[in-house]
Design a binder for this molecule. Structure first.
Ligand code: HEM
Length: 166
C-alpha cells in the first residue's frame, strides 16, 4: 500500500505572518558579483545565498558564502537573522567570517520587493565605520548593492551582485 500523500505534490508551508511580506526573499539564490572600492583592485566572485524560515518563527535565517570566480577558492562568508516587523521596518544581525558583526535597521517594500538597510552598529572592525545594504527582486532575479565607509574612505559601493533562484 502507498504511504499517505505519496504522489501528491508537496507545497512549502505558509510562512509566519511576520515573514510573509518578505517571502519574495525566501529560497536559495546563486550568481555572480563584482567587488570594488577606491583602495583595492576590483574582483569577481561567485555567491550562494540562502534565506530560510520555520513557519512557527517570525524570523528569516540568512546564510551567504562566496568564492573566487576564477578558481572557486572560498572568500568571505556571513550569516544572520532578519526580523521583519508589521510596520514595514526590519532589523538584521549579521556575523561575518572576518570577525566583524553588524546590526542593521531599515525598511522593506513588499510591492516593490525591496529591502534597504543601514548599519546601526558595526562591531569588532578595524577599518569599517558604516555599511549599507540594498536588495531587490525583479524578474525572478535578486540583486544587491553593499556600500561601506571606512576610516579613510566615504560611503561607496564595495559589492554588487545578481543572483538567480535555484
Ligand atoms: C577589502 C570590508 C564583503 C572581498 C575590504 C576592505 C574592507 C572590507 C574594510 C579593505 C578596504 C581598505 O583597505 O580600504 C568588507 C565588508 C563586507 C565585505 C564590511 C561586507 C559587508 C566582502 C565580500 C568579499 C570581499 C563578500 C568577497 C566576495 C574583499 C577583497 C578585498 C576587500 C578581495 C581586497 C583585498 C583585501 O584587502 O583583503 N573589504 N568586505 N569583501 N574585500 Fe571586503
Amino acid at each position: 500500500m502507498e504511504a499517505a500523500g505519496a504522489g501528491t505534490p508537496t507545497q512549502p508551508p505558509a510562512p509566519h505572518p511576520a515573514v510573509a511580506p518578505l517571502a519574495f526573499l525566501l529560497g536559495k539564490w546563486r550568481g555572480e558579483g563584482e567587488g570594488s572600492f577606491p583602495t583595492i583592485s576590483s574582483f569577481r566572485y561567485g555567491e550562494e545565498l540562502l534565506f530560510s524560515h520555520h513557519p512557527s518563527k517570525p524570523v528569516i535565517s540568512y546564510a551567504q558564502k562566496t568564492w573566487k570566480a576564477a578558481s572557486g577558492e572560498p572568500m568571505h562568508a556571513e550569516s544572520g537573522y532578519w526580523r521583519p516587523r508589521p510596520d514595514g521596518t526590519v532589523e538584521v544581525v549579521i556575523a561575518q567570517s572576518t570577525g566583524l558583526a553588524e546590526i542593521q535597521k531599515g525598511s522593506y517594500d513588499a510591492e516593490k520587493k525591496m529591502v534597504t538597510l543601514q548599519s546601526e552598529l558595526v562591531g569588532n572592525a578595524s577599518k569599517v565605520k558604516q555599511i549599507t545594504r540594498a536588495f531587490q527582486v525583479a524578474d525572478g532575479e535578486l540583486s544587491y548593492i553593499v556600500q561601506m565607509a571606512t576610516i579613510t574612505t566615504s560611503l561607496q559601493p564595495h559589492l554588487k551582485a545578481l543572483l538567480k533562484k535555484i
